[in-house]
Design a protein around this ligand. Structure first.
Ligand code: PLP
Ligand code: ZN
Length: 423
């Protein structure tokens, strides 16, 4: 396959300017992120369903199973950890908690590195291999770096994680270090780390897999595809998920818009994006009907602690196309929802639980009726942020109520004392 054979193009999300499919740029000359425009495909939902019983790695991956709808890449380039095929849980207790007759939660924490980032990363790192790259980089302190490090190691590439000074959550970095990424602690803030990773990658020929990478969006579309496949291609009324950089809600909207254009579904679900109050520029713009006003972000949900989201404008386009809504929740509401999600036996990281907190608000407000068919997305695993779990249950989260805390109890080492404690 030569560059000439690549069947997709990159198109600007604002000015419609197009670029060749493998050009190494993530943004248009006008500054907006680029999207992949795919060639028409004959792939049908029935044919995708037949792949469910296949033993081939590409069919077993919950991303590459949909490859004609994701990215028609040559198979030799694909770097996969058989990501996706996460479970869709029917959760009556949580349905009652939010006020719905029925609720299903798609647990993306069941991906190989325990967040949905793997769905995008398998595509981005595969494109890196297609381009002949041996090194990849991103600026991130979170799930993106964990995922990149794993896929780079799988592909035999060197990964570089640029992290800013100060706000380093070592719990989240442990995977990146474990998977062999070289971690550069930049003596500067996040913007500085981001501008350095961009300039150094360009001059060194290192492939950038940061949030603007259009191929990550392509892989994340598969969350929506898989939800439909889980539901036997019945479109739910709502899909609810947290929003930080806002790539994921755009990805799901883009994928489902493409399926509708191809005639595989006849309507779109409404998409509800939930933001943390301390990091809610989309919510603010949605309320005002205005443009992006970046804010200094602060929330316990570190995966969505983003004040200047890179996919802001695309997110708005996705909301318009799906008749979507935006809700915001306080950190207290997030930790309360997390105690309920964790206590139901599922567990998820704080950002994921914004989904349940926001859904509760939307049902209470009457936006989502009790009999609606709703799929919520849990974006990351409970073990991503064990520090917050321990602090919550020990009553040590400063400024929070710990209503549902489940602390350990100290017991004297006698049978009588143990019996007294468990009765
Ligand atoms: C990245 C991430 C998000 C936010 O997704 P965006 O595409 O940035 O909006 C939410 N939850 C988890 C666990 C994440 O890793
Ligand atoms: Zn443009």
């Amino acid at each position: 396959m030569t560059a000439m054979d690549v069947q997709w193009t990159l198109v600007c999300s604002r000015c419609e300017r197009t670029y060749p499919g493998l050009v190494e740029r993530h943004r248009c000359e006008c500054g907006r992120p680029l999207d992949v425009r795919l060639p028409p495909s004959a792939m049908t939902p029935d044919a995708v369903d037949r792949r469910l019983t296949s033993r081939q790695p590409l069919d077993r991956s919950g991303v590459w199973r949909f490859r004609e709808w994701v990215l028609p890449l040559d198979e030799a380039s694909v770097v996969t950890r058989l990501e996706g095929h996460t479970n869709l849980y029917d959760v009556p207790k949580l349905a009652a908690h939010v006020g719905l007759d029925r609720l299903r939660l798609k647990h993306e924490g069941e991906n190989p590195t325990a967040s949905f980032k793997d769905r995008g990363m398998t595509v981005a790192v595969s494109v890196a291999r297609r381009l002949g790259k041996t090194r990849v980089a991103c600026a991130s302190t979170g799930n993106t770096s964990a995922s990149m490090a794993s896929y780079a190691a799988t592909a035999g590439m060197q990964a570089y994680v640029f992290i800013p000074e100060g706000k380093v959550a070592y719990g989240k970095l442990s995977q990146a270090m474990a998977f062999g990424a070289k971690t550069l602690q930049i003596e500067g803030d996040f913007d500085r780390a981001m501008s350095l990773v961009q300039s150094v990658s360009a001059s060194e020929g290192i492939y950038l897999v940061n949030s603007v990478n259009p191929f990550r969006i392509e892989g994340q579309k598969a969350i929506g595809f898989e939800i439909l496949q889980d539901l036997q291609w019945q479109v739910p009324d709502w899909i609810v998920l947290p929003g930080g950089n806002l790539g994921n809600n755009w990805a799901i909207a883009k994928g489902l818009m493409e399926l509708r254009a191809a005639g595989h579904i006849d309507r779109l679900p409404r998409i509800a994006v939930i933001q943390a109050e301390g990091a809610s520029p989309l919510y603010a713009a949605y309320q005002r009907g205005g443009d992006l006003q970046p804010m200094a972000a602060e929330t316990v949900a570190t995966a969505i602690r983003i004040g200047n989201p890179v996919s802001f404008h695309r997110a708005l386009a996705g909301l318009a196309a799906t008749d979507g809504v935006v809700e915001k929740v306080t950190d207290q509401e997030i930790v309360d929802a997390k105690a309920v999600v964790d206590g139901a036996g599922l567990g998820a990281e704080p950002a994921s639980c914004a989904t349940v907190a926001g859904l509760k608000k939307l049902v209470t407000a009457g936006t989502v009726p009790p009999d609606a068919s709703v799929v919520g997305v849990l974006t990351g695993h409970v073990l991503k942020d064990p520090g917050l779990v321990v602090d919550y249950h020990l009553g040590r989260l400063e400024g929070f109520n710990h209503t549902l805390a489940n602390p350990p109890v100290k017991v004297e080492a006698t049978e009588a004392a143990v019996l007294a404690a468990i009765r």
